[in-house]
Design a protein around this ligand. Structure first.
Ligand code: NIG
Ligand code: FE
Length: 404
């Protein structure tokens, strides 16, 4: 059960058990000629120089870089169907309004749980191959109790069958089902779906798409307060398409995270800072939609902890590569490599309520780590669009085997 990683050229990790904002987001521990001792799936010791005498299995990293496993805190990775025509129409000038969500709803309603699992597996394995060991997945392409539960069960099955930690979020308030009046659906969400989803134990968080053309602040508040009363954590898709007050609401409700924030207001930034809410930024979506990038520097200067995710979905962001998103964060959000590493590990774990368990290489944390074909962590965003992963360990087990 014991494993020693030795010959680590550079070990780079944030430190701590909670989200790091402001200047602390840019503080990374780097060790040279380092080792990591793993015991029973957890990190037992991290150090520099000669490792202690050891008789278990040894992995020689031959001078490579080691970081914590990456955490993707925002995806819509379970769905059926494709939206290639919508992608092309947008490339040729059409604006994204979210209307295409219903195309995916109809394909997902027609798919069985088994089909959703079969479709999502290779997507998630491709993420793992790029160094991602924990992924949040939102429901929200069902929009009926039965179809939302089907999506959440598919997420649970994927978590059982794949060597990844999957965190399920109920996003019943993603769009409005075409067959019901708006007010009626919200009533069903609050009175029936949220209590049943909470009782099923299939979701950890509840999220609402609070934006122009979708849920208003008042509607989102009503849904999220109900979710909180049933013990679900709270997330908000905030200010993605317009300045709609989602960040202010996230602060008011002390949501664990506010996500997207392309159009966040100054008051919204202050509200997030006051509440300690994590800003989950998804620059892949701004890239695909050709929209303005979220104001990462303003958020960091205000002390808001910033996390980064892909938003992988078949519509607004058919991009599943978190390392590519880290490149965008450096180039377009003007984040430093240090800030980016914290954003995709510790702060992303905090956005999932898992910062005590994951996100850093410190004794006691789960041994989720990546060995990269690189000398320093700044190379992860630098070598754009290449897969630099050499090996991935999940709970101390090699789930991506060392390769040339
Ligand atoms: O995060 N904003 C809402 N949901 C997704 C888009 C989903 C879709 O287009 O299918 C997003 O961008
Ligand atoms: Fe999203």
């Amino acid at each position: 059960m014991d494993l020693l990683l030795r010959g680590i050229g550079e070990l780079a990790t944030p430190l701590g058990q909670g989200a790091r904002g402001g200047a602390a987001q840019g503080e990374i521990l780097t060790l040279r000629n380092a080792y990591v001792l793993v015991r029973d799936g957890r990190i037992a010791k991290v150090g520099e120089g000669t490792p202690p005498p050891f008789s278990g299995e040894v992995l020689d990293c031959e001078g490579r870089l080691v970081t914590p496993g990456l955490v993707d805190p925002h995806t819509h990775a379970v769905f059926a169907g494709k939206r290639v025509q919508e992608f092309l129409a947008r490339a040729w000038g059409e604006r994204y309004t979210g209307g295409g969500i219903l195309t995916t709803v109809s394909a997902t309603r027609s798919a069985s749980e088994e089909e959703l699992v079969r479709l999502a597996k290779p997507r998630l394995m491709a993420m793992l191959a790029q160094g991602v060991t924990t992924v949040e997945i939102k429901s929200g392409y069902g929009l009926t109790l039965q179809d939302e539960l089907k999506m959440l069960r598919a997420i649970r099955r994927l978590g059982e069958e794949l060597p990844l930690t999957l965190v399920p979020t109920f996003l019943g308030a993603h769009a409005f089902p075409p067959e019901l009046p708006r007010e009626k659906y919200i009533q069903i969400l609050v009175e029936e779906m949220i209590p049943k989803v909470a009782a099923s134990g299939l979701a950890k968080f509840c999220d609402v798409f609070c934006d122009r053309g979708f849920y208003t602040v008042e509607e989102a508040r009503r849904i999220l307060v109900a979710a909180r009363n049933f013990g679900l954590g709270i997330k908000i898709h905030a200010d993605e398409l317009s300045q709609a007050g989602g960040a202010e609401l996230a602060g008011e409700l002390s949501a664990v995270s506010a996500e997207h924030l392309l159009h966040v207001s100054a008051a919204g930034i202050r509200a997030l800072a006051r509440a300690g809410t994590v800003a989950v930024l998804l620059p892949g979506t701004a890239f695909v939609l050709d929209e303005p990038y979220p104001p990462a520097r303003k958020l960091i200067e205000a002390g808001v902890p910033v996390a980064l995710g892909t938003d992988f979905n078949p519509g607004s962001c058919p991009l599943a590569s978190l390392p590519f998103v880290l490149s965008l964060a450096v180039l377009k959000l003007k984040m430093s490599p240090e800030e980016v590493l914290t954003a995709a590990t510790l702060n992303a774990a905090a956005a999932l309520g898992l910062a005590q368990e994951l996100g850093t290489l410190e004794p006691g944390k789960r041994a989720d780590l990546v060995v990269w074909k690189a000398e320093t962590f700044a190379e992860i965003p630098y070598w754009m669009g290449q897969n630099l992963v050499w090996a991935v360990l999940k709970g101390g087990q090699a789930v991506v085997a060392p390769k040339a």
